[in-house]
Ligand binder design. Sequence first.
Ligand code: BGC
Length: 749
Amino acid sequence: MRIIFFIYLFVLSFITAFSQGTEASFKEDQFIDDLISKMTIEEKIGQMTQYTGFFDITGPAPESGDNKRKYDDIKNGLVGSMLNVKGAEQVREMQKLAVENSRLGIPMIFGYDVIHGYKTISPIPLAEAASWDLEAIQQSARVAATEATAAGLNWTFAPMVDISRDARWGRVMEGAGEDPYLGSRIAAARVQGFQGSDLTASNTLAACTKHFAAYGFVESGKDYNTADIGTSTLYNVVLPPFKATVDAGVMTFMNSFNELNGIPATADKFLQRNILKGDWGFDGFVVSDWGSIDELVIHGYAEDAEYAAQYAAIAGSDMDMESHAYKEHLQSLIEENRVDVSVIDEAASRILRVKYRLGLFDDPYRYCNEAREKELTMSKENRDASLEMAKKSIVLLKNDQDILPLPKSGKKIAVIGHLADSESSPLGNWILAADDNSAVSLLEGTSNYSGNEYSYTQGVRLYEGREKFIYELKINTEDRSGIEQAVALAKESDIVIMNLGEHGFMSGEARSRATLGLPGLQQELLEAVHEVNPNVVLVLQTGRPLTITWADDHVPAIINAWQLGTESGHAIAQVLFGDYNPSGKLPMTFPRSVGQVPIFYNHKNTGRPYDADLVFWSHYIDQTNAPLYPFGYGLSYTAFEYKNLSVVSSQNTVDVSVTVTNTGDYDGEEIVQLYIRDHHASIVRPIKELKGFEKVSFKKGETKTVKFQLTEKELGYFDNQGKYTFEPGKFSIMVGGNSADLIEQVIEL
Ligand code: BGC
C-alpha cells in the first residue's frame, strides 16, 4: 500500500513538474510570438545585428559619421546586441539608449570575450584542462561569470571547444586539447559554470559554444585556414564537445572563420540547420564570428556582400557580428524573395528567446550594479579560486633524482629568464578586461620562500615593444648581451630556476607558429647556463605544447606552468617548494619536433603499424614515432602503482576496477585514466580512446580501488552518416596514469 502511495506521489510530482515546465515554455513562446507580431522587418533584422562598442557613452554623443549612424541605429531599435562594451555604468547607459528610445524598448544583449576570467584571470583554458578537475573548471567559469555580470555583461563568447591536434595553431590555448571525451566533459562543465542553474540570476550569463565547426583542424596549423576533414573525424572527434554543450543547455553558438570541405562554416546549412538546430534540437541562436559573413566573399563563396547575407541567413547564422551585411541587405533580399521572411522571424525569435531566458525583459539593467562591481572585482575570494585552479593546472614533466621540491632554506638560487619578472605574460591571451601587469610574477612568488637567497637576471630579452592583444610581439633574435651575466650568476648558485617559453601573446588568435622550440635566444641561454650549472629547474611558460627535446635530454627537472593567470607566481612557487604536490596531466601531446605534427594519441593503427626489421612501415627514418610526452602524462612528487585490473562484462556493460597505490613519500592526487580499443569495426577505430577518468587523492602508502562502468554509450562510435553504432566484438580495456603506460585486458563482447 505504502509503495503504491509513493509511486502515486512520484507520478504526481513528475506530472506537476512537467506541466509547470510546459506552462513556462508556453508563456515564453507566447511572449516571443506576440513581440514578433508587433515588429517590423527592419526591427527584426535589427535583432540580428551586433555592433562592437564604438564610443564612451559617458562622453558626448557622436554627431557625425559612422558612429552617429550606429548611435541612431541603437536608438531606433535596430541593434540587437553589442560586444566589447563593459562596466556597469557603460552597459546601463548603452542599454538605456535602446530601451528608452526605441519603439518597442527591446533590451540589447551584451557579449564579451570572458574566456579565462574577467579581471581576475584564471589559467588559460588549455592549462585548466590539464587539471582534469571538472568541479574546479566549472568553479573557474562561475567566478568569471560573477565578475563579468557585475560589470554589466550577460553573454560570454566561451567556451571554445575546438579539438585540435596541431600545436602550431595558436588557438589551442583556448580549448581543452586533443581529446573529444575530455573535451566534452570540460565543455559541459564550463557551460554549467557560466550559466549556473538559474539563468535569470544576476550572477549568471549566457554561454556561447564556439567555433562551429572544425576550426581546430585548419591546414598546417595556420589560423583562419581551410579545414578539410572526413566524416569519421567530423562526427567522432570534432562534433562531440559541441553536442555536449547543447546537452548542458548552452544558450548560444558561434560559427567559425574556416571553410569546411569547401563550404565556409558561416554559410554551412548542413552544420547549422541540419545538425545543430535539427538533429540536436538546439533552440538558442547562432552568432557569426567577427566579420565572417563578409568573408564569404573573400573565401570565394559568395559573389558580393548581398549574396553573403543571403547564404548566411539561409544557412542559419542568426546574428551578424560586425559584417553589417544583414543590416545592409536582408530587407531587400526579402523584398526580392531571395530570403523568406520566415528565416528572419525564426532568427529574431531565437535571439529574443535568449533575452527572455536571461530575464532582460523583466529588468534590462539587472546586471548593472556599480556597488556589486566594485565589491566583486578581483576580490580575495576570486583570487583564491584562481590560485587553486592555477596549482591544479601545473604539470610536472620531469624530476630526475627528485631535485624537486626545492629546499625552503639555505640555498643560493638564481632565477633567470625574461618571463620570470613579467607581470603581464602569465595572464595569457584573452585578457581584454584585465588590468595591465596584474599577475604575480614567478620572481615575486619565490620571495615568499625567504629562507633561500635569490638573485635574478634576465639572461636574454624574449621580446621587444608593445605587449598588446592587437600587436604581434617582436621577438629578440640578436641581442645576446645578457647571456654572460646569466652564466656568471649560474656558476655561483646552488640551483638555477629558468623561466623560459612563450609570452602570453605568442599563442591565441592569429598566433600560429611554424617552429615549436623555445622562441628567440632562450635555447642558447638555456644551454649556456646548463653548461656551467646543470642543477637547472626549467619552468616552462607556454600556451601550447613545445618541442623541448633538448631540455628533456639534459635538464633534470621541468614543470609546465602554461600561462596561469593572476596568481601564477604564487602557484608556481608552491609547487617548486613542495607546498603543493602537482597532479596535472597533459591534455595535448608534446611532439619531439614540428615534423611529427599533427600528433595525437588516438590515432589509427594503419595497415603497417610496426616492423623493426624492414623499412616498409608507417614511420620516419630520422625520428621515432613516439611523442616527447604523451597525452594524459604528468608526474607527481609521489608515485602510483596500478594493479589488479578486473574487467567483467555482461550484456554490453563492462565493469572495470583497478587498485592504485601511492608508493612514494608524499600524499598526492592521481588522475586515473580509462581507455578502450575496439579492435575491428565497420569504421576503423583508433588504437586508444579515453572513455573515463577519475581524480583520486591518496595518503602516503594508501591503496584505493577505482571503478568505472562502460556501456554502449562509451563503447560505440558514429558511422559515416552520423549515426551512433555499437558493434560487439573484441575490445581492449586499458587503465593507467597516462595514455602510454597502461595495463590492459582484452574482452569479447
Ligand atoms: C574570434 C572569436 C571572438 C570574436 C569576438 C573573433 O576574432 O574568433 O573567438 O569571440 O572575435 O571578439
